[in-house]
Structure formats: structure tokens, C-alpha cells
Design a protein around this ligand. Structure first.
Ligand code: ISJ
Length: 286
């Protein structure tokens, strides 16, 4: 047999002086694994009870806001050598398994664009190793798969200022049938392009959220004027972009807080037509 890995160090026997220590530490790990396994099985049992009961009401199994609130609580109490990103990965697998237990769960990812790698990577990391994820060639196809019931979730590249007209899917987004319900990554990663999670069901609040609004404007409406108008109405914007086409302009604002789609304060914003495109949990530091 050829030596396929000549650089690998040989597995030397544990020196007798350490054999007892190794056995003790491994016995401790085995005991903790059993305890963890017991707890994970108990947790799954409770998710199954929740799925059978009517406590959650009608609607989707997946509740991104609830998941974000759980992760935030865990991150706040987290200590020790396990990286925060590893903690989030463990819990993402648990959430994916609980969602799969409650419903048939398929994801489509719009991976036709320059951000395809980020979309696929963040979608896989968020929905876990075993959730079916289908790459679609266009955003339009991904959204059509949601509307036809073929998929429960679509992931799309987050809008960015100065993007090409055909990339600006939010301009045509049908907010009456679909909503943005999460933004990835939840654990901030400097430099990574954001991904938005879209579903045919409304978002749920996590306790610390942002809302995406689309606002119809006249073409002469300035960025500064809209920023002021939103701030004066108690809807401060974290970011704002305006696309102008002829006499008309459309603004996309990411505003602070969780706003219900039918909140009268949105409806009465200086006579402007405001639509909620969705809402999602604010990211946590990485
Ligand atoms: C169990 C629930 O359903 C899903 C699974 C969750 C979990 O495993 O904790 C949390 C939110 C939902 O996405 C729930 O709504 O509480």
C-alpha cells in the first residue's frame, strides 16, 4: 500500500504516566455526552408536544424571531473556550431539526448573481446540514417556488445601494403575499454580503428587530427630507436608499424596531404609500 499521507504523525501509545489522566478526562466527556444527549432528546420531545398541540396556533412551524431570541439569550450567558460561532452552529442544527419535525421544509436559494457563494453558504449555515436547499437561477424563480408552495423559504441577496435595475428585486416584491422574515448572518461577519430570508408568512418579533419599508415618493423627494420625515414620525432609519425612475421614486428604508404591516403610523406617514416588506432580528456581534 502506498503511504497516502506521509506527513501524518504516527499514533504513539499514550505514555503510561498520562494514561490515567486520559481515561479520566474521556470518562468525563462520555458522561457529559450522555447528559447532553438526554437533554437533546427531551427537548425534541417537547417540540413534538408543541407541534401536536394547538398552543402555537395556525401558521408556519418556523419562527425566526423566536429562534433569534433563544440565540441571543444563549450568547448573553456564553462563557469559556467554545467560540460564539460554534454555539450558534450547534443551535442552528437543533432549530433545523425541530422545524423539520414539525413540517415538510424545503428552501430555495437565489444563487444566480455575483453573491451566489454568500447566499448558498449562509443559507446552508442557517438551515443546517440536512435541510433540502435548491439553487434557483433567478430571484423570480425562487419567489415563484414560494408562491406555488413548492418551497417554504427563499433566500435572496440583501439589497445594496447602486445595484443594477434587474438586481433590485425589492422594487417588484409582492409584499401582500410574501414577507422578509430574517436577515443572515445573525452573528455578524465583517465583509460578508447579507442574505434575506423570505416566506409566505409574516415575521415574528425577536425583541430587538428592524423593519424593511418600501415608500413611494415623487422624484424630487430628497434623501435628507425622507430621513427627517421618518425620524420625526418616530421611525428612525438605519439605512435608506432611493431609486428614481422618471417622475417616480421608490425608497427602501431599514428602520429601527418591529413594525406591524398595518400599523396606522406607517399608513399615515405624510400621505405617502408605505408598505412593509418584512422585519427581522438585529444581528449580534460575531
Ligand atoms: C419549537 C418551535 O418551533 C420552531 C423551533 C424552535 C426551537 O427548536 O426552539 C423555535 C422556533 C421555531 O422555529 C417554537 O415555535 O417554539
Amino acid at each position: 500500500m502506498p503511504d497516502l499521507n506521509p506527513s501524518a504523525a504516527p499514533l504513539l501509545p499514550t505514555p503510561p504516566a498520562y494514561a490515567a489522566e486520559l481515561a479520566t478526562l474521556r470518562a468525563e466527556i462520555d458522561a457529559l455526552d450522555d447528559a447532553l444527549h438526554d437533554i437533546v432528546m427531551r427537548r425534541a420531545g417537547i417540540v413534538a408536544r408543541l407541534a401536536e398541540s394547538r398552543a402555537k396556533g395556525a401558521g408556519p412551524a418556523l419562527r425566526p424571531g423566536r429562534e433569534a431570541a433563544i440565540l441571543r439569550r444563549m450568547l448573553a450567558r456564553h462563557a469559556g473556550p467554545l467560540p460564539r460561532s460554534a454555539l450558534v452552529r450547534l443551535w442552528r442544527e437543533i432549530f433545523a431539526a425541530s422545524t423539520a419535525m414539525q413540517s415538510n421544509f424545503t428552501v430555495v436559494a437565489a444563487a444566480d448573481n455575483e453573491h451566489a457563494d454568500a447566499v448558498m453558504r449562509l443559507t446552508r449555515a442557517h438551515f443546517g446540514g440536512t435541510t433540502p436547499i435548491r439553487a434557483m437561477t433567478t430571484v423570480g424563480q425562487a419567489l415563484a417556488a414560494l408562491l406555488s408552495g413548492e418551497a417554504a423559504i427563499a433566500t435572496l441577496p440583501a439589497p445594496e445601494p447602486e445595484e443594477r435595475e434587474d438586481a433590485a428585486w425589492w422594487v417588484r416584491f409582492d409584499a401582500n403575499s410574501l414577507q422578509v422574515t430574517a436577515r443572515l448572518p445573525f452573528l455578524a461577519e465583517p465583509g460578508s454580503h447579507g442574505v434575506l430570508v423570505v416566506s409566505p408568512t409574516p415575521p415574528d418579533p425577536s425583541g430587538r428587530d428592524r423593519t424593511l419599508l418600501r415608500i413611494e415618493l415623487t422624484a424630487d423627494f430628497s434623501h435628507a427630507r425622507l430621513t427627517r420625515l421618518l425620524a420625526d414620525a418616530g421611525i428612525p432609519a438605519h439605512s435608506l436608499q432611493i431609486r428614481r425612475t422618471g417622475e417616480q421614486a421608490l425608497a427602501l428604508a431599514e428602520v429601527a424596531g418591529f413594525w406591524e404591516a398595518d400599523d396606522p403610523r406607517l399608513k399615515s406617514l405624510a400621505g405617502l404609500h408605505v408598505q412593509r416588506l418584512g422585519a427581522y432580528a438585529e444581528a449580534e456581534p460575531g
